[in-house]
Design a binder for this molecule. Sequence first.
Ligand code: SAH
Length: 222
Amino acid sequence: MLSGHASGRTGFMLVRRKLVERLRAQGIHDPRVLAAFEDVPRHDLVPEALWGQAYKDTALPIGEGQTISAPGIVATMSAALGLRGAECVLEVGTGSGYQAAILSRLAARVISIERIPALAQAAQAALANLKVRNVEFYLGDGTCGRPEDAPFEAIVVTAGGPEVPRPLLEQLALGGRLVGPFGPRDAQQLLRIQRTGEASFTQEVLGRCDFVDLVGRNGWLP
Ligand code: SAH
């Protein structure tokens, strides 16, 4: 076995540094975001057969017809949330747990919801192995948010829905940011929405994207 290609933070360290250089070249400059990508071992969140591709900038299959998002888009979304460290963040779509692990280093508390039990369980086990302690996992329909933990200073939606789920807008703190992919399946846009008042929001288009479906009451029908 090649040295350095082990599980955990020390495995694939040099490849991870190269990934960070690519993210920097793509315009990610927040040092805390870059440090998180240097730190989180993405290979531990994909099947071992895919370890050789773990640090390429592509989505990879994680089972159940779902994917781990590409590092570049995870970095763009994480940076767009503008986290300083004290926030409580809601993530819709735990998937592999990669985005949650990155967020765990950028915010105080992460609440992550997944609708597919097998993925939620695998992500929870993988993040426990990585000693991530500030992520809480819930099984359910994330398009309804989690009113009992609202308001959230930041919300990230990591699956593509037809429109921004209203409950998520309602659960956004004043000044809070929501980032996620919305619109028709063949023309998804990555949006950043900021709550500027009780009933006022600003919206920016950050770019085009291509995510798996957001399935739920305020998403696509199952
Ligand atoms: N953040 C993940 C991305 C996984 S892909 C990662 O870093 O790996 C998106 C995930 O959203 C899938 O696992 C899918 O099952 C989940 N999902 C789709 N609709 C959902 C919903 N309404 N509530 C919770 N999770 C949902």
